[in-house]
Design a protein around this ligand. Sequence first.
Ligand SMILES: Cc1cc2nc3c(=O)[nH]c(=O)nc-3n(C[C@H](O)[C@H](O)[C@H](O)COP(=O)(O)OP(=O)(O)OC[C@H]3O[C@@H](n4cnc5c(N)ncnc54)[C@H](O)[C@@H]3O)c2cc1C
Length: 378
Amino acid sequence: MDLRSSESDDAFRAALAAWLDATLPALAPPPPREAWDERRTWDTDWQRRLFDAGYAGLHWPKEYGGGGASPTEQLIFFEETTRARAPYVGVNFVGTLHAGPTLIEEGTPEQKAAHLPRILRGEEVWCQGFSEPGAGSDLAALRTKAVRDGDDYVLDGQKIWCSFGHIADVGEFLVRTDPEAPKHRGISWLILPMDLPGIEIRPIRTVLGSSEFCEVFLNEVRVPVANRVGPENDGWRVTNVTLKYERGTAFVSELVDAIRLCADVAPLVHDPATRRELGRCAVELDGLWALTKRNISQSARGTIGPGAMVIKLAYTEARQRFGELCLRILERDALHVEDNEPVEERLRTLALTIAAGSSQIQRNIISERVLGLPREAR
Ligand SMILES: Cc1cc2nc3c(=O)[nH]c(=O)nc-3n(C[C@H](O)[C@H](O)[C@H](O)COP(=O)(O)OP(=O)(O)OC[C@H]3O[C@@H](n4cnc5c(N)ncnc54)[C@H](O)[C@@H]3O)c2cc1C
């Protein structure tokens, strides 16, 4: 790993910082949490600005309209955008961070041409329809049926926890195309336009009072076979491509943000025991940032080391410990801070150890695939 910055890295950092300094003051304030249409417009407007400035899909290859950035440039991007408090990826999360990269690896030329430019320009918002009421951790148990009828599949079933489903244009959906095959071998990965007849979307209210994910009911929905990504019944392999991105790089800007928050909190803490705990959080987060650099450097050389598998587990648990500490530091004042931000933040981070695979499942994966321990009994 060599992450020393070169002259061109320094130039990249300076140009990005200058662009952020010029662009951010002109942004309107973010809309309220539940104003979903406005949030979509705000987030996709930011994506368009990134695109126009050449910063959209920085980690995507150049041939697909991305930045083809080096590992150090990607890290500089995370550092500078966090330093400047630039907007988060927001509703562009699924498209830019894992559906787009999956299409790059597995899509047909037509699928790439139809979707990749629109994702980068902020013209197409994606959601993810993987989980079902009986298939979360055991995702391969999914039962949504897709029956071939001429050039279409006809879909029947139910999805749940579909983030941004109510404002998305397109979804990455997993369906069962062979009910007779062993469960991992009868799945296909489909591109689902969310406005097709037969799709009913019902937002779910969370503990925060927000509705950022939905139930999706599919009732005789006809989807062209041409929307399938990868061979029929080979969707489990394609899913692992998606999860590699979702669990690998998708948390990086959150991590940089947590490091900043830790530094923000430090001056408020005077009691030595609490300062020690905060120091521990800071060291943990710093260690994870170093591990992230190593992961990005390794993936640029085409290898995925064990670090990529542990980052999601380690970061989400560290973030929860940090959130807990913030509440203890602020005590009753946490409730008086504007919008109860620390309380909201703590509630939001509850979901981090569940989303994209729970901590228990991550531990199973690490023990089996990294440590080589015996497989869990099924
Ligand atoms: C904020 C958020 C956003 C999400 N967004 C999406 C989305 O956009 N699209 C989508 O498809 N899904 C989404 N999900 C769903 C998420 O992927 C699932 O919640 C997750 O995989 C867990 O599945 P489950 O909720 O069915 O829990 P279950 O699988 O029922 O698990 C319940 C508990 O049992 C434990 N457990 C289960 N099996 C094992 C085992 N073999 N060994 C040890 N422990 C086990 C789990 O760790 C957990 O603690 C989202 C979830 C959250 C919280």
